[in-house]
Ligand binder design. Structure first.
Ligand SMILES: Nc1ncnc2c1ncn2[C@@H]1O[C@H](COP(=O)(O)OP(=O)(O)O)[C@@H](O)[C@H]1O
Ligand SMILES: [Mg+2]
Length: 284
C-alpha cells in the first residue's frame, strides 16, 4: 500500500453460493481523488462497497486506511461516511432527528446538523418528516448524514440513480466541493457520463474482474482511436463511417458531388470503451 492510497484491494474474491461474483479484483484508490467503479447492474459494485465497509467478508486482501476490512473498528468508521443503496433513513422522524441520531453515534456537535443540511441544500427542512420528502430530498438528506462527521473517505453507491437531472447536478456540485476540501470519494455508477465527468480515475468491473483502470479520457483515447463520423446527405440518408483513411475517398466524393448535408464526429465515450473491452453494453 503506497502512502497515498486510502483503499487497497488485492485479488479480492467473493462468492454467493455457487456464484463467484468477484474473481480476483485489485485496485487502489488515492487520497483526495474521486474514484469511480463502473459496471452494469449485478456486476458486484455494491458487494465491493459492502466488503470495504466491513459488512461482508472476502478472500484476498481488502484494506481501508491500511486496516484490513475484516477488522474495521471505531477509528476507521469515524473517518468514513457512506450513502448506500437503501438510504436507511427513519421515515417517521424529522430530518434534524435523523441527523441527531447520527451525530450522537459519532459524537458530533449538534451545531454541525444545520451546517450539513445547508451543504446539501436542505436548509429550512429540519422539522420536516422524512416520509414527506421527495426522492431527491431523501438522497440529499442521506448525503448530509454521510458527511455530518466530516469523513475523509466517502462511499457513494449510485448516488444519482433515478434522480432528476437538476438534483443529480446538485449532488455532482457537492461532490466536487467535497473533493476540493480533500475528501476521497469512492463512487459506484452505471452511468458512463457521470463517471466521465466526475471521476479522476475509474475501474471497469466486468464478469468479476477489473477489465481496465485509469483516467477516463486516457481510456477513451486508448480504446476509441477511430472515432465515428455521422454523415447526413442532401437526400436525408444517414451514414455512419469510421474515421479512417480508407473512408476519406467516400467522403471526398460526397463533397465533390455536392451531396453532403452535414458531417460530425461522435466523441469516444466510456460506453464504447466498455463495449470494446467486454463485448457488452453498460445498461442505461
Ligand atoms: N447477500 C447476497 N446473497 C446472494 N447473492 C448476492 C448477495 N449480494 C449480492 N448478490 C449477488 O451478487 C451479484 C452482484 O450484486 P451487486 O454487488 O449488488 O451488484 P451491483 O451493485 O453491481 O449491481 C448479483 O448477482 C447479486 O444477485
Ligand atoms: Mg449496486
Amino acid at each position: 500500500m503506497t502512502d497515498n492510497s486510502v483503499i487497497r484491494l488485492h485479488e479480492v474474491k467473493r462468492s454467493f453460493g455457487e456464484k463467484q461474483v468477484l474473481k480476483g479484483v485489485s485496485f487502489e484508490v488515492n487520497k483526495g481523488e474521486i474514484f469511480g467503479l463502473l459496471g452494469p447492474s449485478g456486476a458486484g459494485k455494491t458487494t465491493i462497497i459492502n466488503i470495504l465497509t466491513g459488512q461482508l467478508s472476502c478472500g484476498g486482501c481488502a484494506e481501508i486506511f491500511g486496516v484490513s476490512c475484516g477488522k474495521i473498528g471505531r477509528e476507521v468508521y469515524r473517518r468514513t461516511g457512506a450513502v448506500l443503496d437503501n438510504c436507511g433513513l427513519y421515515e417517521r422522524l424529522t430530518c434534524a432527528d435523523n441527523l441527531k441520531l447520527h451525530a450522537r453515534i459519532h459524537r458530533v456537535d449538534f451545531s454541525r446538523i444545520q451546517e450539513a443540511l445547508t451543504q446539501v441544500g436542505l436548509e429550512g427542512c429540519e422539522g420536516k418528516k422524512v416520509k414527506a420528502l421527495s426522492k431527491g430530498m431523501k438522497q440529499r438528506l442521506a448525503l448530509a448524514r454521510a458527511i455530518l462527521h466530516s469523513p475523509e473517505l466517502l462511499f457513494l453507491d449510485e448516488p444519482t440513480s433515478g434522480l432528476d437531472p437538476a438534483t443529480a447536478a446538485e449532488i455532482h456540485l457537492l461532490m466536487n466541493s467535497l473533493r476540493g476540501s480533500g475528501t476521497t470519494i469512492f463512487l459506484t455508477t452505471h452511468n458512463m457520463d457521470e463517471a466521465y465527468r466526475m471521476c479522476d480515475r475509474i475501474a471497469l468491473l466486468s464478469e468479476g474482474n477489473i477489465a481496465e483502470c485509469g483516467e477516463p479520457a486516457e481510456l477513451c483515447r486508448k480504446y476509441c482511436s477511430n472515432s465515428e463520423l455521422s454523415i447526413v446527405t442532401n437526400d436525408e440518408q444517414k451514414l455512419s463511417l469510421e474515421n479512417t483513411p480508407e473512408n476519406a475517398e467516400a467522403i471526398a466524393a460526397l463533397i465533390r458531388d455536392s451531396k453532403l448535408k452535414s458531417i460530425h464526429s461522435s466523441e469516444p465515450d466510456l460506453g464504447t470503451v466498455f463495449l470494446r473491452l467486454t463485448g457488452k453494453e453498460l445498461d442505461k
